[in-house]
Design a protein around this ligand. Structure first.
Ligand code: MN
Ligand code: MN
Length: 309
């Protein structure tokens, strides 16, 4: 147990605590993974044996518990949804642009390119591209999952694409981004891990065989390519039974570890809920970030509930 959340009740209450856990999981995974981003599993093992503490550092020289673009872009997107009252591509693009102007600690090349194009054209939709299959749209999708909780699946998918296409307009990025958001929605509505495997992960692989995550024996050192990112996340998520084991598994693979950590933390938080989160990680997370995640989760869920009425 931890002292951050009230005891987990059933129904509406547990939906809220699991939504908060998903948002905190995203941030914790980001902060944990950033320490070992771009390292190989061998380098990580040599330096840490097992990396499992929020100690900052890494190539970005972070403070302990500090997050990166994965979390701060999600918060920027969430802010735009709260302001507009719904997911809106223009509002999202403006929020991302303001986020970029504020000099984030890191920024992906596809994100930068998309936002520079938006500044020029005012169009919040990039042309579709076979090459823009990075994980930058998927890593920030959580607020869409929360704000669309009461909407039909097709509307939720459209909202995912609207925010994604500001920077990434790509079929594999779309498929992954939509799948992740729907997995979070399902988990908040009571689905367990096996449900998510059968109803979301398997259909994704059926429709887009690139994502097959059992065929690759070990997805060690996943890159920022959305396929490798999701393969690593799914292996870690489906092969472990706790929030802590899932995150330790995925970040110790190195590579784009802050982003695999963020995505895995979001899924594991949504499924396992708040009581599964190690105290040392909850308390180690940057305090302002933790507060922002908790507040947004609450407010976005209110929008999600309103839509269903
Ligand atoms: Mn990052
Ligand atoms: Mn990353």
């Amino acid at each position: 147990m931890n002292d951050v959340f009230p005891p987990p009740p059933e129904g509406e209450g547990s939906r809220l605590t699991h939504a908060i856990a998903a948002y905190l999981g995203l941030a914790i995974g980001d902060a944990l993974g950033a320490t070992v981003e771009f390292m190989t599993p061998r380098e990580i093992a040599a330096q840490f044996k097992v990396h499992d503490q929020l100690i900052g550092g890494g190539w970005l020289k972070l403070k302990p518990g500090q997050v990166t673009d994965d979390t701060t872009m999600a918060l920027a997107l969430g802010g735009s949804i709260l302001e507009a009252g719904q997911v809106d591509a223009h509002a999202a693009a403006r929020a991302f642009d303001a986020w970029m102007r504020a000099r984030p600690v890191d920024i992906g090349s596809t994100v930068r390119r998309g936002l520079l194009a938006f500044r020029k054209t005012g169009d919040p939709k990039m042309p579709s591209s076979e090459h823009d299959a990075g994980n930058g749209a998927a890593m920030r999708v959580l607020p869409v999952a929360l704000a669309t909780l009461g909407l039909p699946e097709a509307d939720a998918r459209a909202a995912c694409r609207a925010q994604a296409h500001v920077t990434h307009n790509n079929r594999l990025s779309d498929a992954a981004t939509e799948t992740l958001a729907l997995m979070v929605r399902d988990a908040l509505l009571g689905a367990d891990k096996l449900d998510l495997l059968h109803h979301r992960a398997h259909p994704l692989v059926r429709d887009h065989p690139e994502f097959a995550f059992r065929a690759v024996r070990q997805r060690l050192n996943p890159s920022g390519y959305i396929v490798e990112t999701l393969q690593a996340v799914f292996q870690a998520f489906f092969d472990t039974d706790s929030f802590e084991d899932c995150l330790i598994d995925v970040v110790n693979r190195g590579g784009d570890a802050d982003t695999t950590g963020a995505i895995a933390g979001m899924l594991a938080g949504a499924v396992y809920g708040p009581t599964a989160m190690p105290k040392r990680w909850l308390h180690g997370l940057d305090a302002a970030t933790r507060h922002a995640c908790e507040t947004q989760a609450r407010q976005l869920l209110e929008i999600g509930a309103r839509k269903s009425a």
